[in-house]
Ligand binder design. Sequence first.
Ligand SMILES: CC(C)(COP(=O)(O)OP(=O)(O)OC[C@H]1O[C@@H](n2cnc3c(N)ncnc32)[C@H](O)[C@@H]1OP(=O)(O)O)[C@@H](O)C(=O)NCCC(=O)NCCS
Length: 169
Amino acid sequence: MTIRICTAEDAALIAELGRRTYDDTFRQLNDPKIMDAYLKKTFNIAVMREELSDPDSVTALLSEHDLHAGYLKMNFPPAQSDFNREGSMELQRIYVLREFKRRGYGRALIEYAKEMAEKRNCTSIWLSVWEENPEAVSFYEKMGFYKSGRRIFMMAGEEQSDFVLTYDL
Ligand SMILES: CC(C)(COP(=O)(O)OP(=O)(O)OC[C@H]1O[C@@H](n2cnc3c(N)ncnc32)[C@H](O)[C@@H]1OP(=O)(O)O)[C@@H](O)C(=O)NCCC(=O)NCCS
């Protein structure tokens, strides 16, 4: 297993991994029109290229031999989607493809995130997770995160209620 930092050259690959995982995980829980609008807006190659070029954001890709299994997106101030507190890292996305779940890759990506946060002298990591994604909440709690608040996430114009979870380094 390898984990490497992505560049703008990886935009098409990251967009595809993100779109597939988001679709597999959330399609059955959402209005198809909202879902399609969100996927189109979020996981397109131009947006990915821009995000991958942001110096305050790091995306890391996990692969097993030639197969890409998932990725992680970490944001530092001022590139976070909310709060932007000095000394914090946002874990904005962690996606493991359906066929690679439950093999320890999610844990490996979280460990990578914790190391990255330490290297950048952060004192905490925060993330926002949909209340209707209890599997991810259980996973994060297993990784040492705790519920520290709530937040509204806008999904293509629709409000979703999220838990904010924090990990103290
Ligand atoms: C959440 C996610 C990243 C976990 O990745 P994963 O590779 O399947 O997780 P791991 O195999 O590393 O599991 C690590 C630990 O979390 C636990 N865990 C993983 N998935 C879980 C689930 N669905 N329910 C409860 N616990 C879970 C495992 O039991 C494991 O503990 P163990 O090592 O003691 O057995 C992955 O399921 C995923 O990408 N889901 C879809 C996208 C998503 O919801 N992302 C988060 C959005 S905020």
